[in-house]
Design a protein around this ligand. Structure first.
Ligand SMILES: C[S@@+](CC[C@H](N)C(=O)[O-])C[C@H]1O[C@@H](n2cnc3c(N)ncnc32)[C@H](O)[C@@H]1O
Length: 199
């Protein structure tokens, strides 16, 4: 089982964002990340979970958790994930936020108010190993990767410098090379590395 955490400092934290996704705190990047997390040619991955942590206005932070397994999709076709309307799915999840609880919007989809560090702490307390994607980290090709791995990455602005310093102490810093890739490309590269290792 693999998991990704996508952190965005500006992605909107309410469902009332406009169709111009670039103006919604670069929700377009969140959509690309989601697509590259779950979609393969003609099939969906069902061994991967995505956490999206948004710190944009008007009500940060928001933690969206997505685990659209095949079985769950069969049980509730209303939340079926389609490449054509990924923004609609994120919007729907944000609209279904309920203060004071982790709301299961539909089987396999949850939303709650939770900070990035609280999400990481929880995953670590479940025995997962959290890797922070950072160009200065150790080469992914040279490290052992846990079967219960979680990969954290930032948006177009990257992970905030102050937080990154702390993150590098509590997570394993990992690099995928010396070029700076789009967040969505990073997800594809890591997915491929894990596929090749049979994780
Ligand atoms: C578009 S990049 C962010 C660029 C931003 N200007 C910066 O300097 O952090 C988005 C995220 O992808 C990850 N990333 C991009 N290239 C990477 C690389 N070569 N190795 C590891 N992570 C990378 C980082 O987590 C980064 O926050």
């Amino acid at each position: 089982m693999r998991e990704f955490i996508y952190f965005s400092g500006k992605a909107r934290t309410s469902g009332n964002f406009s169709d111009n996704l670039m103006e919604a705190g670069r929700m377009d990047i969140a959509c690309h990340v989601l697509i590259n997390t779950f979609f393969l040619s003609h099939q969906l991955r069902n061994n991967v979970k995505l956490h999206m942590v948004f710190y944009g206005m008007p009500d940060p932070p928001k933690h969206l958790e997505l685990f659209p397994s095949k079985k769950l999709r069969e049980e509730d076709s209303k939340m079926d994930i389609s490449k054509k309307d990924v923004a609609g799915l994120i919007k729907k999840m944000l609209y279904k936020y309920k203060p004071g609880m982790k709301n299961e919007v539909s089987p396999g989809y949850w939303i709650e108010k939770k900070s990035l560090f609280a999400v990481i702490d929880e995953l670590k307390s479940e025995g997962k190993v959290v890797y922070v994607l950072d160009e200065k980290g150790e080469d992914i090709r040279d490290i052992k990767i846990s079967e219960d791995c979680v990969f954290l990455l930032g948006d177009h602005d990257g992970l905030p410098a102050k937080e990154l310093k702390r993150l590098k102490k509590i997570c394993v810093p990992v690099s995928i090379g010396n070029k700076t890739y789009f967040a969505s490309q990073v997800v594809s590269i890591v997915n491929n590395e894990l596929d090749r290792r049979g994780i």
